[in-house]
Design a protein around this ligand. Structure first.
Ligand code: FAD
Length: 393
């Protein structure tokens, strides 16, 4: 990225998660100063893994954090989908050398906390980025030439523009898009991370493995250079608790996975204490910008996790937004519209495809058989179906 002239009034960023920190970093590389306002006590992420395609690894290089990511990621050899009832392989994507050659970058999995640590450390080394915690943004006023942000503790901040990176439950979105609460999918994810020493032998391969069953699936893979092991169990349920950090109910989990094979059950048995995510998304929209205020990441286009692409979209957003500001020489209104135009079809496709993938993973009966029949013959090196996503921006 090219360094341009430093702009005086900082851009305010509401939310210091993956999207907010990536935006601050991308903007700093274009010469823009930012203030990140994060409501939590610290910049921290929940204990879970995240899968990132080559489109995202290319963004890490642009952001100057490619090496730091390499030091803490794990690079799986394959993505495998197995039938959780019969144990038979349904399909496989080889993520080795051929994949790397095809996409010009790799497929990597990372602990969310490690990813955020890399972003936060990079932000801390920039004199253009101010990072403020324990500060919840409650409202804003767009005054035409500047934006004023109000916080829960009665303070206010002024900036040249506002980027809302405040996630799925963004309260800034309400003033721009006004489409109510996120849509509760009826799907729940339980997650846990184990030291690799505690993992049963059969699961210690170097693959991302997905066990697909009727109305449930389980994903596991190694994390942090192979030192940790990530498990996510997803199933249909009618429980709802907003947020991403509530405790799960192991009894419900066992009941939902009752028909699964012993391998799957043995992984569930390893965990005493599960954390729970209630999975939501929204219908894609084409406008999430008003004047000098725009949204990025889950605030703009929250998606189901089935495509493992939401965080990647937030990171791409950050890069595109900073490119537009550079191109339009700091004209915020135009840059935000251009950014949104460049993004809404791609992120909308991720939202729509993620829902479809959920149906494919959880299919049963005739639809389940059809799914297996259609996917079983796939060549593990046929990457063209994934190119729209992994070719990147
Ligand atoms: C089960 C599951 C698995 C997933 N797996 C993957 C995957 O493998 N790959 C992938 O790419 N994506 C994955 N995702 C999606 C990914 O987690 C999200 O898309 C990503 O976290 C979005 O980042 P964000 O910064 O936009 O929002 P968030 O991560 O939600 O961050 C928002 C930040 O804003 C702060 N905040 C909120 N409100 C305020 C406020 N009013 N004022 C100040 N601060 C505020 C929050 O504390 C938080 O720090 C998964 C999601 C789930 C649920």
């Amino acid at each position: 990225m090219k360094m341009t002239e430093k702009i005086n009034q900082p851009i305010l960023i509401a939310g210091g998660g993956i999207g907010g920190c990536a935006a601050a970093l991308a903007l700093s590389l274009k010469g823009y100063s930012t203030i990140i306002l994060e409501k939590a006590e610290d910049f921290s992420e929940i204990g879970a893994g995240i899968q990132l395609g080559p489109n995202v690894h290319k963004m890490f290089i642009l952001l100057g954090i490619g090496e730091a990511i390499k030091n803490i990621a794990f690079y799986p050899k394959n993505i495998l989908m197995n039938d959780a009832i019969t144990g038979k392989k349904i399909t496989q994507v080889d993520t080795g050398n051929k994949f790397h050659q095809r996409f010009g970058a790799t497929y990597g999995v990372i602990h969310r906390a490690d990813l955020l640590d890399v972003l936060v450390s990079a932000c801390r080394t920039s004199e253009l980025i101010t990072m403020v915690t324990k500060t919840e943004v409650t409202d804003y006023q767009d005054n035409g030439n500047f934006v004023k942000v109000m916080t829960k503790d009665g303070k206010s901040y002024e900036g040249s523009a506002l980027i809302a990176a405040d996630g799925m439950w963004s309260n800034i979105r309400a003033k721009i898009v006004n489409d109510g609460e996120p849509l509760v999918s009826g799907h729940i994810a339980y997650r846990a991370v184990l030291p690799i020493e505690e993992v049963p032998e059969f699961a210690t391969n170097d693959d991302v493995v997905l066990w697909a069953g009727p109305k449930f699936h389980l994903v596991h893979y190694k994390l942090r250079r192979g030192e940790l092991f990530n498990i996510v169990a997803v199933f249909h349920s009618d429980r709802y608790e907003e947020g991403w950090d509530a405790f799960g109910d192991p009894e419900e989990l066992r009941a939902r996975f009752a028909g699964a094979r012993d391998e799957v059950q043995s992984l569930l048995d390893k965990i005493d204490s599960w954390k729970m995510w209630v999975l939501c998304d929204r219908e894609p929209v084409k406008n999430w910008t008003k004047g000098r205020v725009t949204l990025i990441g889950d605030a703009a286009h929250p998606t189901m996790q089935y495509l493992a692409a939401g965080a990647g979209m937030a990171i791409e957003d950050a890069v595109v937004l900073s490119n537009m500001l550079e191109k339009n020489k700091g004209n915020f209104e135009k840059s935000f519209i251009d950014y949104q135009q460049a993004r809404y079809l791609r992120t909308g496709r991720v939202q729509a495809t993620a829902r479809l993938y959920g149906q494919i993973y959880h299919a049963s009966g005739v639809v389940g058989e059809l799914r297996t029949q259609m996917l079983q013959g796939r060549d593990p090196h046929d990457y063209e179906g994934l190119a729209w996503l992994y070719d990147g921006i």
